[in-house]
Design a protein around this ligand. Structure first.
Ligand SMILES: [Zn+2]
Length: 635
C-alpha cells in the first residue's frame, strides 16, 4: 500500500478531532444541533490551519445518514455511511471544491452556479466550497452575488480565504464569518506527539518543539515537516537532525550572541557569526531564534513565571530569566526590533552572513548603554559650549547672575509677580535689586557682554573653571527658587540680539531654564535610560503645581506610560516632582530645542569668523574665491 503523508492521514474527520479551533467548532456544532444553519460561511485564516477540513466536516454533518441510514443532520458525522465515506474519499457528487486561485474567471463561477439549479443527487445538501475566494475577479464575484444572497434551500456555500481584506464587502456581508486562528506551538507539539505515538516513531521533545515553532501556527506544515524529519533522521526524530534540517542554530549560539551584545563585545559577536557560517546554519533562522529569545526575555521581565509556561525548554527558560535580570527593558526592546527588521534585510544583501554580522553590530552601535557612554564622552564639550559667554542660550544667564550676585536670592519677592504678568512693563520692577543692571545690559547691548568693561560685575565668572561648575550650582537650588531668580533675565533676553533663538523655533521660558538644567543633570548622572532621556529632552515644562509638574511633548509616541513613570521616578529621586502629567502639543522650549538653537548660533558665529577673516577676504578679493554656502562646518 502506498504511503500516505501524515498531513492527509491525520486530517481530522470530525469536529472532535479538530485541534486548536474550538471557537469555530463549537459554533458550528451548536448550529448543526439546533438546525439553525446559515446558507453561506466564510472561513478565514492562514494556510494549513483547517479551513478545507472544517468545510468537509460540515458537508459530512449536513449529509450524514448515520450507520443505519436513518440519521439526520448531525454535529457528529458517523464516518461510515455512504455520504461520509464518499466525501472523505473526494467522490461525493454534491460536494464541489473550487480552487479560485486557478479558476478565477466568471466562466468557472458561472459553470458552478449552473449546477446550483439542480437538486442534490446523492445527499440532502449541495455544498459549494470556494477556496482562496479572494482570487476571484470582480465580474466573477458579481456573478455569484445573487445566488449567494438567496440560494436554493438545498445549497450551502463555504468560502475560504487567507486574505479576507481582498474579499468585496458585498460578499462578506452575505456570509457568516469564522476566523480560524494560527495554532500555538504547544498545541502543535502535543498533537505531533500523539500522532508519532500512534505511528510508533520515537521523537525527542526538543525536536518536536523545534518543528512546532517552525510550523508557525500551521498544523499541515507541522505534519509535513515531521514527515520530512522522519525521512531525514532515518525513522526517528532527533533534535540534532531536525536542527540541521531546519538550518536553525543551536540556542546556545543564540544565547552566546545575546550575551556578547549585552556586554558590548563586538569581537565575540563576529566570531560567533563566523562559527555559524562554518556550520552552515541559516542566518535568518538565527535572527528568528534571537527574536524568540528576546521575546521570552521581555516576557520574563514582566512576568517571571510566564517564561516557563511559554513552551520553552527548561534550560532555555533559565537562560531567559538570567538575561531578563541582566538586560534593561529598553535594550531588550531595541534588540528585538532590530533583529525583526534585520530578517527582511538579509534577502537584500549578497551575503546573508555578512548581513547578519551587520545587523548584530548595529545592535551594538545603537545599544542604549552605548548611547549613554557616547553622551558621557561628549559631556565636557557640551558643558563648555553651554557655558561659553558668547553662547546665546539664555539658560546660562541666570547662573551668571546668581553666581556674581548672591543677593539675588535675597530678593525673590518681585519675581512671582513677574511670572504672573504677561506684560513686559514690570521688567523694570526689579531694577532696584542688584541683579538687574547686568540683565538690562545684556538685553540692550549683548555685544557688551562679549567685551565687558573692566570692573564689570560679570567679569570674574567668565573664567572657564567657574563656568564649568555652573550647572551643578544651578541644580542644588530647589527648582522653584531657581525659576524665581531666573524670571527676570530670560524674559528680556529674547528681545535682544538673539538670532539663534528664533531660528531654531525656541521661545525660552523661565520654567524652561529650570527644566533644561535639571535634565542636563539627570543625563550627566546617567539617571535616565534612552527613551526616558528622549522624553525629557523633547519635553517642555509648562507649569509646576507644587510637586505636580505639567510637561508637554510634540511626539506622541514618546508619551508612554512606562516612560512617564520612569521619568517621574527619576524626578522624585532628584527631589523634584512627585507627580507628572504629559500632554501632547506644540513645544517651544525644550532642552532639545535649546541645544539646536545653540548649534545654530555656533554655526553663525563660525561663519561670521570665516567671513571676517582677513585671509579669506583677501582670497575673495584677489582671486575671486567664493565661500560655498553651507560648506562651513563646525569641527
Ligand atoms: Zn455518516
Amino acid at each position: 500500500m502506498s504511503y500516505l503523508v501524515l498531513a492527509r492521514k491525520y486530517r481530522p474527520r470530525n469536529f472532535s478531532q479538530m485541534v486548536g479551533q474550538e471557537h469555530v467548532v463549537k459554533a458550528l456544532a451548536n448550529a448543526l444541533t439546533q438546525q439553525r444553519l446559515h446558507h453561506a460561511y466564510l472561513f478565514t485564516g492562514t494556510r494549513g490551519i483547517g479551513k478545507t477540513t472544517v468545510s468537509r466536516i460540515l458537508a459530512k454533518s449536513l449529509n450524514c445518514v448515520g450507520a443505519d441510514g436513518q440519521g439526520g443532520i448531525t454535529a457528529t458525522p458517523c464516518d461510515v455511511c455512504p455520504a461520509c465515506t464518499a466525501i472523505d474519499a473526494g467522490r461525493f457528487a454534491d460536494y464541489v471544491e473550487l480552487d479560485a486561485a486557478s479558476n478565477r474567471g466568471v466562466d468557472e463561477v458561472q459553470g458552478l452556479l449552473e449546477q446550483a439549479v439542480y437538486k442534490p443527487v446523492q445527499g440532502r445538501f449541495k455544498v459549494f466550497m470556494i477556496d482562496e475566494v479572494h482570487m476571484l475577479t470582480n465580474t466573477a464575484f458579481n456573478a455569484m452575488l445573487k445566488t449567494l444572497e438567496e440560494p436554493p434551500e438545498y445549497l450551502k456555500f463555504v468560502l475560504a480565504t487567507t486574505d479576507p481584506q481582498k474579499v468585496p464587502v458585498t460578499v462578506l456581508s452575505r456570509c457568516l464569518q469564522f476566523n480560524l486562528r494560527p495554532m500555538a506551538p504547544e498545541v502543535i507539539g502535543q498533537h505531533l506527539a500523539q500522532v508519532l505515538a500512534v505511528e510508533s516513531i520515537a521523537a525527542e521533545a526538543q525536536a518536536l518543539r523545534l518543528i512546532a515553532h517552525a510550523a508557525r501556527g500551521s498544523m499541515r506544515d507541522a505534519l509535513s515537516l515531521t514527515d520530512q524529519a522522519i525521512a531525514f533522521g532515518g525513522g526517528a526524530l532527533q533534535e540534532e537532525a531536525v536542527r540541521q534540517m531546519l538550518g536553525s542554530a543551536d540556542r546556545a549560539h543564540v544565547f552566546a550572541l545575546v550575551d556578547a551584545l549585552v556586554q558590548g563585545d563586538g569581537q565575540r559577536v563576529v566570531q560567533t557569526t563566523e562559527a555559524l557560517r562554518v556550520q552552515g546554519l541559516s542566518a535568518a533562522a538565527t535572527l528568528q531564534d534571537m527574536v524568540a529569545v528576546l521575546q521570552g526575555v521581555a516576557t520574563a521581565q514582566v512576568a517571571p513565571d510566564a517564561a516557563l509556561l511559554a513552551g520553552q525548554s527548561e534550560p532555555d527558560a533559565t537562560e531567559m530569566l538570567r538575561l531578563a535580570q541582566a538586560m534593561p527593558a529598553d535594550e531588550v526592546q531595541l534588540l528585538y526590533s532590530i533583529c525583526l527588521h534585520g530578517i527582511e534585510e538579509l534577502g537584500l544583501a549578497p551575503d546573508e552572513y555578512a548581513a547578519l554580522t551587520m545587523v548584530l553590530l548595529r545592535l551594538l552601535a545603537f545599544k542604549p548603554a552605548a548611547a549613554g557612554a557616547e553622551k558621557k564622552k561628549l559631556k565636557p564639550a557640551e558643558v563648555v559650549e553651554a557655558c561659553t559667554p558668547e553662547a546665546p542660550s539664555p539658560s546660562l544667564q541666570p547662573p551668571r547672575t546668581r553666581a556674581s550676585e548672591p543677593a539675588a536670592h535675597a530678593a525673590p519677592a518681585p519675581a512671582p509677580e513677574h511670572t504672573s504678568s504677561p506684560s513686559p512693563a514690570p521688567s523694570s520692577a526689579p531694577a532696584p535689586t542688584r541683579p538687574a543692571p547686568p540683565v538690562r545690559d545684556a538685553a540692550r547691548a549683548p555685544e557688551a557682554s562679549h567685551a565687558p568693561a573692566p570692573g564689570d560685575l560679570r567679569l570674574p565668572v567668565r573664567a572657564p573653571e567657574d563656568l564649568m561648575e555652573k550647572p551643578a550650582q544651578t541644580l542644588v537650588q530647589p527648582a522653584q527658587a531657581a525659576t524665581q531668580t531666573m524670571s527676570v533675565p530670560v524674559r528680556d533676553l529674547p528681545q535682544g540680539d538673539e538670532p539663534a533663538a528664533g531660528a531654531a523655533g525656541l521661545a525660552p521660558t523661565p520654567e524652561g531654564d529650570a527644566w533644561h538644567a535639571l535634565v542636563q543633570q539627570l543625563v550627566a548622572q546617567q539617571k535616565i535610560g534612552a527613551l526616558v532621556r528622549e522624553l525629557a529632552l523633547q519635553s517642555q515644562l509648562v507649569a509646576r503645581d507644587g510637586g505636580h509638574w505639567h510637561l508637554r511633548v510634540e511626539n506622541a509616541s514618546l508619551n508612554q506610560a512606562t516612560t512617564r513613570e520612569r521619568l517621574r521616578q527619576a524626578l522624585q529621586e532628584a527631589g523634584q516632582a512627585s507627580q507628572i502629567s504629559v500632554e501632547v502639543g506644540t513645544v517651544s522650549d525644550s532642552p532639545a530645542r535649546r541645544k539646536a538653537a545653540a548649534e545654530v548660533a555656533r554655526q553663525q558665529r563660525a561663519e561670521a569668523i570665516v567671513h571676517g577673516d582677513p585671509q579669506v577676504q583677501r582670497l575673495v578679493r584677489e582671486f575671486g574665491a567664493r565661500i560655498v554656502p553651507g560648506s562651513i562646518r563646525l569641527a
